[in-house]
Every structure is written in structure tokens, then in C-alpha cells.
Ligand binder design. Sequence first.
Ligand code: XUL
Length: 536
Amino acid sequence: MGSTYLGLDFSTQQLKAVVLNEELQILHETHVHFDSELPEFRTHGGVVQKKGSKEVTVPTIMWVKALDMLLEKLRVCGVDFSEIVALSGSAQQHGSVYWGKGGKAALASLNPSRFLHEQLGIPSVLSIPNSPVWMDSSTTAQCRRLESGSVGGGGAVGMARVTGSRAYERFTAAQIAKIAETKSQAYSTTERISLISSFACSIFLGDYAPIDWADGSGMNLLDIEAKDWSDECLELCAPMLRGKLGATKHSYANIGPISPYFVERFGFSPECRVVAFTGDNPASLVGMRLQEGDIAVSLGTSDTVFMWLSEPKTITEGHVLCNPAKKDAFMALLCFKNGSLTRERIRDNSADGSWEIFNELLNNTPRGNFGNMGLYFDSQEILPNAVGDFRYNKAGDKLTRFTSTEVEVRALIEGQFIAKRAHAEDFGFKIGKGTRVLATGGASVNTSILQVLADVFNSPVYVQESTNSAVLGAAYQAKHGYLLGSSEGNENENSLEAVTACLPAPTLVCSPFQDAAEVYNPMITRYRKIISAIGD
Ligand code: XUL
């Protein structure tokens, strides 16, 4: 009988699970897609948004019902639950769950002959039935209030200094503040506020689970250096908040044994350990096995960039989070809203909707694109703060269009990667001899695009077999936390690096051309000039 590890990911559109063996190879994987498999909740893309509204929520119990279904699917897949020695999970960041006065008691006394959603979907357990999620942008007023206080010396910079980010609409503090203002009765009956990650963890634990430091860094409430709630932030946010948030823990903390509900209903071992759950971006950093000096680029609906930081840095454009893999380290997270949808728009307009033609056009243009540069933001971009198309020729004149489709395609891809490198360098990222770019997400299968990435970063680009880095990261953390044990074990021997050393190294897919630095270093400088002019 082998030991196995279960990883879960409560992402925006679906709930995923993987079961890994001792060598961290995938034995089983399955998922529940919210829109199609749980149509009764009427979500679109996994969320509920009224037309024209900035409010975006999810019926909290949908995630619980999805978990009921996922566990049944795993059983049908042939998973032997008794072999699972530890489990962990990840979830979309920032969203919050509000437990009522009967929450803790309900978790501790779940009846194994009934579904979870039948027992948890009642007002005494969930004081607010709908959870605000990361796509919500209805809290600008609350953000301004949070930044108007004296946190870290005041303003956006002060907030970023203490919590790792300036106040953002989707971050949990602004969301909690809005709930405390607009639903004060329900807020006052709230016994505990969980993130989606710690909510899911609580179900497995049969008790309120702590918020982990990495996902907690997406709240504008955690002092990321002190690893404790900032009293100044709490006071500005909402009344009696410290008690409602509970204690925090590091991201691979081995919290406790699994709840008897799962032992009796599914045959889990009573010894199976629950390891802290975290956010999907920190979990991806773990799943990609990012090391100091590397940079990870995830190419999806929105593009994200992660870096390992040994020291926090105060920066108002981008986020600093506690590192999920190592207690005293940090990570940087950069979100670019215009990712694959913008790439698809240019593919449709310039390459007849074909990736083959798109790649041909890209391969047929020289690095540096004859001095042309373009930036394309279909929707309001975060980095930089801009919307629209911006095209420039070699002389720096602004153009309404380029003369050929080749130039347009190359301008898009070069522009996207130049922006990523420039903003990463603002975080102190330096390209060195050992720098590796780890690519993931949908577009990471396109080697023509990855060649541009290698050239812009003047570094080799690697990919991993699976693009599901968050759910894998969760399963790796299960093993990481399990080996450390509840007594914290030997941190070095059981570092994440040591725990995942059995995995194959990522595959080298593209190396930069000799002239890459010469071509792209000046383009980074040009990009900075362009975006400061756009901002004026
Ligand atoms: C990160 C963010 C999203 C969510 C959903 O700040 O808002 O990436 O974590 O995946």
C-alpha cells in the first residue's frame, strides 16, 4: 500500500483535484465545472454579475456542493481514500466567506450520512449567502478610505509598505468594509470570516482553519513582515475584526487530522493530515517549483508574473506576498489584464484567426520589429494604467496602424513581454547568468511566442508537462507539510526543494539569440518613456 497526496484547487470556473503518489506522479485527476455541472446556481464563468454592476459574487454553497460532487467523482475514479496521508488546497484569491454563529458547531458535528451542502447551506452557518470574489470592483470608496488613514505613514505607499499592496477593490479589506457598512446586521452575527482557501480547509478540518500568510497577503490587512494582522488596518476596515479573522499560519502548516465526516463517509484514514490551504497564485509558484532568480510567466486570460523575493519591496504597482514555500521569504505578483483575449483579437484581425499564420508572421519578422513598437490594451490595463492601442514607428511617431500584419503581430508579442520585463525590473528583478523563465498557461504551448519571451528576457525559457500548476502546488504542499509534521520537523531536510527533487526538471524550449540584449535593452527604456507619456 502506497502513501498518496490529495491536492484541490477552487479556481474561478471549476473545482479540480489531483491525487499524487510518493514520487509526486499523477494517479488521478478530475474536476467539477461550475456553469455546466451546477446550473442551478446560474453562474457565468463561475461567478454571478448583474448586467452593468461592478459587484461580482458566488453563492458560497456552490463550492460546497461542488466538493460533494468532486469527492463522489474521485470515488468513481477508483481513488483509495485510505491511502491519502495528507491533503491541501488552493483557491482563487481575495474572495471571502462569512460564517454565522452556528458555523463552528456545524463543522464539528457533520453527519456522514448526508451531503455537506445540505448541512452547511443554512443561515445560522453562513451569515451571508453570497461571497464577493476577486472580479468584484465595487469598492472604490472603501479603498480610498483605507488609504486615507495613517497605515505605514499613510496613503497608497503606506498601505503597500505594511500589507504588500496599495488598497485594491478586489482585496478582502475593501470587501469586508463594504459588507460591514451595507449588511451591518449580518456582519455583527458573523463569527468568523474565511478566505475561500481557509473556508475549504475548514470543511476538511471540521473546525475553523487559519488563514495562511500567502493568501492572507491578498487582503490589505496582514502586516506581511510581522505575519500578524495590522491593528491600524483592522480599525480602518470594520469593527471587532481581529476576533472574526482568527489566528494566521504559514502556508505549509500541518494543521490537524481530517474531520471524522470524511473518515466515515469516504474511508479516509483518521490519521490523514490537513495542511493549510492557500491562494491559487502562491500555489502556482509552488507547483512551478520556482527558485530564487527565476521568473515565472503565466499566459492565460490574464497574464501573471511571479518572482521569488528574499526581502519585501514597497511598490504600488504590483503585489508583494508572503512566500508559500519558505517562511521568511516573499514573492512578487504582477497581474496584466490583457492576455490571451488580446492575443486572440490580433490573431483574428491579422492572421485570419489561425495560430499557424500568426506564428508564421511572427517568425518572419526580425527581432526589434524594424524599430516599431506597439501596446494593446482591450480592457483597462492594470500595468500600465491604460486602455486602447498604441503604435509607434522607429522615429517615435504615433501611428494609427502598421503597414503590415507581420509588424502588427510582432509588435503585440514584443510589447506584452517588454511590459512584463520592465515591471519585473521595477521589483528589483535582475537578469543574470542563471536566470530561467518558466512559462505556463494556455499560450505556453506556442513556441513562436516563447522564442520572443526568451529574447526579450535574454534568458532560456522552460516549460513543465502539466499546466495545472495551482492544483499540483497544493498536492506538493500536502507532502511538504506532512513531512515536516505538526512539530515543524527539520525545515532544511524537508524544504519544498528537497520534497520536489524527485520530479523531472522542466524542459528547455527556447534559448535567446546572441543579439537579444542589444535589441531589447533599449526597447525597455523606450517602453518606460511611452508609458509615462500615456499616463500624462
Ligand atoms: C490575483 C487575482 C486572481 C485570482 C483568481 O490577485 O485576483 O489571479 O487569484 O485566480
